[in-house]
Structures are given as C-alpha cells and as structure tokens.
Design a protein around this ligand. Structure first.
Ligand SMILES: [Zn+2]
Length: 273
C-alpha cells in the first residue's frame, strides 16, 4: 500500500484522487471534500445525504454541481442505502437507483458496474470509501467499508463481481482508500478489538496497543483483505486523509455526531473502453 494523493481543482473546487486513477484515460474517480456545495450550517457545503435535515433542493444542487465538475450525467449516478452490510449490487442488473429522483434506494453497501455512463457512489463520514477500477475491462466499484463492513469482508464481494462476473484480472485492479478515520484516531471498545483479532488471526497489527483503549487500523484491514483477493500491493493507494483530524475539511461522525452532512465518493467512465 502506498500513501499518495492528488488534488484536482475544477472551478475552484478541490477533488481528491490518486495518481494511478489520473493515469487512466476516460476514468472519473473522485473524493470531494466539504468545499464546493451550496448546503448551509452543519451540512455546509458539499452534503450528499437527503436524510441529514438538509434542504433537499440544496442537496440536489450539490449532485448537479459535482456531476457537472466531472462531466457526468447526474442521471447515471447509482446509489444504495447503506446499512453496514456486506451486500454489493451490480448495476444495472440489480436495478440500482438514482439517489435524487425519489426512487427508493436498495439496502446494500457497494455498487459495481461494467457499463459506461453509470457512476457508482458511496457515502461516508469516518467510514472508509473504497473506489476500484479494472483497467482491462473498464468496470468500476464504490464500496462503503466501515468497521462492520470491513469485518464482514464486503470488499471481497465487490472484487468477485469485478473479476468473476465481469472478467477482470484481480492483479490489475486499482484501489483507493479514501478519506476516513485513521489508525491513530480510531479508538474502539475491547469487544470490537476482539472481533478483529478473531476475523484476522494472522494480522495482530490491525489492533494497536499502547493507547488507553484499543485502536483499529482499518486501512490496513482493507489492504489485507484486498491482498487476499489477489490485488497487488503496488495497486493499492491510501490517500492518508483522516476525517476525524480535519473536521473543517471532511464530515466526521465522531467529531460532528449527528449534526453533519455526508461526503460522497464517485467513480465511472463516460465512454466504454
Ligand atoms: Zn486520524
């Protein structure tokens, strides 16, 4: 796993991505920060959640702004209602909904597609947003991997769709670990630490000692899972951005509690390979 990030500025709005993603022709893969939207107050400014008490008109406008910045058709955005599961849907096969047309979202935590013009997204505020790209097929994935999803190995289900269903080579998959809570900040109870020790018996380094309470290295847990799926270490990039340490830049569940918006990561191709 390497720690790298690139900030692309469009219309004055910063969008984070990775050098590996930037090198892929025709690919859009971005992690916006809070800056750039029209939401106000606790949701200021780039809030993509309709259930945060925000003005729905402002949220819709945020989707429009982001889509316009990356040259995507907003109607192609594909979202799910995240429930800390290990369920990943394949769009359009599984009928993934568009988040701002009033369509009910399905319960799941990841979206994969092999079709250009479909833009999987995931929402987060401390939990890990993962974006994946298969350069041999053009397929993409967005995965919400909080500690529960990481424990359940949600990433494995996304990789299975990208490789078995859509015939991508796991050794070529590119993955980015987006802004989320870092190992220094992710304090948990002993019961959660024990769940990680049980789920990753060969990786004691995932539970950090030496703090008042155990800390979990979710970034490393995701990397371990990715390597087990056949991804190569050099194709895994962590942005190294911690939401908890930068609450002005990112929404953080642990800092802002319920008084906050949600961030969104987006990936897709405008045209087929
Ligand atoms: Zn941190």
């Amino acid at each position: 796993m390497k720690f790298e990030k690139v900030t692309v500025v469009r219309n004055g709005i910063p969008l984070l991505t990775t050098p590996d993603f930037l090198r892929q022709p025709g690919l859009t893969a971005v992690f916006p920060t809070r800056a750039g939207g029209v939401s106000k107050g606790a949701c200021a400014a780039f809030n993509f959640g309709f259930s945060r008490g925000d003005d729905p008109g402002d949220v819709t406008e945020n989707y429009r702004i982001l889509a316009s910045l990356v040259g995507a058709d907003p109607a192609g955005i594909a979202a799910v209602r995240q429930v800390h599961s290990d369920r990943v849907l394949l769009a359009p096969r599984d009928g993934v909904a568009n988040p701002f047309t009033g369509q009910p979202l399905q319960d799941a935590d990841g979206v994969v597609t092999g079709e250009a013009g479909i833009y999987p997204v995931c929402y987060y505020a401390d939990c890990i947003p993962l974006l994946l790209y298969a350069p041999d097929t053009g397929a993409v994935a967005a995965v919400h991997s909080g500690w529960r999803g990481t424990l359940q190995g949600i990433l494995k289900h996304a990789v299975a769709l990208l490789t078995e269903e859509l015939a991508g080579d796991p050794a070529r998959l590119l993955m980015a670990i987006g802004p989320s809570i870092c190992p220094r900040c992710f304090e948990v109870g002993e019961e959660v630490a024990e769940l990680f020790r049980a789920a990753f018996p060969h990786h004691p380094e995932l539970v950090l000692e030496g703090f008042d309470k155990p800390h979990i290295d979710l970034w490393r847990a995701v990397e371990v899972t990715a390597l087990a799926c056949g991804l190569r270490e050099e194709n895994i990039t962590c942005l190294g951005e911690c939401c908890f340490e930068q609450p002005q830049r990112y929404f953080s569940h642990r800092v802002h509690k319920q008084e906050r918006g949600v961030l969104m990561a987006l990936i897709g191709r405008r045209e087929a390979l």
